[in-house]
Design a protein around this ligand. Structure first.
Ligand code: ZN
Length: 475
């Protein structure tokens, strides 16, 4: 089991089940640290009436909480109590969720590993059907000092914990905890507490091996959970096992939201080329068809590479493809489906210019090669067939900022120009600094393009137009 400074058995009483609308009325904690046990509990003034049936259930009445401290008044002390602890509760999701929300409203973030005693009981005694607290009290002959009051219930959990520990072999108990906590075997080269500070926000994480060798870059909207899942023996993948052996250091960068995480991930993968990320598109081979006027004055597809021209600004592009072969295969496939002429498209050489193409003889070409189909019709059909693959022309006059807001009111500005991601900043001054470097724009990148097209066309984020001369940031 990972190291915890203390175990905190906790129970809350509330005005109801909904963490968004209901409030806490009592907190009870049994804290176990260095073999010493201490109790702490307080009534909390919910600043709203307690429904009658809840009063009847818990015995906590409106008059009892009238002069109790409010949650903001106890928040700081409570947070200190919980920090560095293993948070243990029955249906822990409920208590943890409630507290997390209440803290969040005050600008604090609760960050604990959480253990649910329902899940623990279920794992240790899978043959039993019921795992509610009353059943467990009876099954394990626990001695509650009361029920449905916070401290009494927290105490029952501590009793339950001790009983469970006695009733199964130590190894089984530890193994079960590790499974539930999803942190069984930290890679041997990492300090055991290195996961502690990772927030559960959106962001990007980086794994490094010996000599700072980049191993892997990943993204998630729940950084902490995602990073832990790499080291979870329960569902460990072969790739994760290899990473586990090689990892020496990990690093993370928080982002306001998912789009920032996606953009940063794509950028870092291209930049660092980590050995466990499959970099699917090699930048130098990234290509697209471009319709250019041919000898007869009509548009013909010509293969063009991202290394030759800026795909973000160029017109008439269709793609994207990671190799010439893939580009040609796609065009051949379209020609077949739409009865287009391969010779006219430049994909087939004819023996003589006045002879029809091979497909024509099989009635698979409508005769553009011998003038039977007018050239402009063939061109129009080609454009229609290619339509879905059209690379969007940059719809703005210059750079734009995509504003992404995080749940903690963090505001990121992703600066983008011609479908290229320039970087993410937070202030107007940083925007200007970034735009000044704009001539050194990164190369067009297929992954970034896809992320941005989706974000821009679906208007997922608020957009502001930026210019090199002056930036007007409304917000
Ligand atoms: Zn033909």
């Amino acid at each position: 089991m990972a190291h915890y400074d203390k175990l905190v058995f906790i129970d809350l009483e509330t005005t109801g089940p909904n963490p968004l609308f209901d409030r806490i009325t009592e907190v009870g904690i049994v804290e176990v640290s260095d073999g010493k046990t201490s109790h702490w509990s307080t009534l909390v003034n919910p600043e709203m009436p307690i429904p009658a049936f809840i009063q009847a259930l818990t015995g906590i009445s409106n008059s009892m909480v009238e002069n109790a401290p409010t949650f903001p008044q106890i928040a700081k002390a409570l947070l200190e109590r919980l920090e560095g602890s293993l948070f243990i509760a029955h249906n822990a999701r409920f208590d943890y969720g409630f507290l997390r929300n209440a803290f969040k409203d005050l600008g604090y973030s609760l960050r604990c590993d959480v253990l649910c005693t329902v899940k623990l009981s279920r794992k240790l005694f899978p043959e039993e059907a019921k795992h509610n607290l009353d059943t467990l009290i009876a099954r394990h002959q626990l001695q509650p000092s009361g029920r449905h009051r916070a401290l009494a219930d927290a105490e029952v959990l501590w009793q339950l914990w001790s009983k469970l520990q006695e009733s199964v072999p130590a190894q089984t108990f530890t193994h079960t905890l590790n499974l539930l906590l999803q942190r069984p075997s930290m890679p041997s080269n990492l300090p055991h507490d290195c996961l502690d500070d990772i927030p559960d926000t959106p962001g990007v994480y980086l794994f490094y091996g010996e000599n700072e060798l980049p191993l892997y870059v990943g993204k998630s909207i729940h950084l902490r959970q995602r990073v832990m899942s790499h080291f979870n023996a329960d569902h460990r993948l072969y790739k994760d096992m290899r990473i586990s052996h090689q990892i020496h250091r990990l690093e993370w960068r928080e982002t306001a939201g998912e789009i920032g995480a996606l953009l940063l991930e794509a950028q870092l993968i291209k930049e660092l080329q980590p050995i466990h990320n499959r970099v699917l598109r090699r930048q130098r081979e990234l290509c697209a068809w471009q319709l250019r006027p041919g000898a007869n004055g009509h548009l013909q597809p010509v293969l063009t590479y991202a290394s030759e021209q800026d795909f973000g600004g160029a017109p008439g592009l269709y793609g994207l493809f990671s190799s010439r072969r893939k580009a040609e295969d796609m065009l051949r496939g379209l020609a077949e489906t739409h009865q287009l002429c391969l010779a006219t498209l430049g994909l087939e050489n004819r023996i003589k210019a006045d002879k029809p193409c091979f497909a024509y003889q099989l009635h698979r070409c409508l005769g553009a090669c011998i003038g039977q189909e007018p050239a402009h019709l063939h061109q129009a059909r080609l454009e229609a067939a290619l339509h879905k693959l059209k690379i969007r022309t940059w719809p703005y006059g210059g750079a734009i900022g995509l504003i992404e807001e995080g749940s903690d009111r963090r505001k990121d500005i992703h600066v983008v120009h011609n479908w290229c991601y320039l970087g993410t900043v937070r202030t107007k001054r940083e925007v200007n600094a970034l735009l000044k470097k704009a001539p050194n724009r990164p190369a067009f990148d297929a992954d970034t393009y896809k992320i941005l097209v989706k974000a821009v066309e679906k208007q997922i984020l608020q957009t502001i137009e930026l210019s090199n001369t002056g930036v007007s940031l409304a917000a």
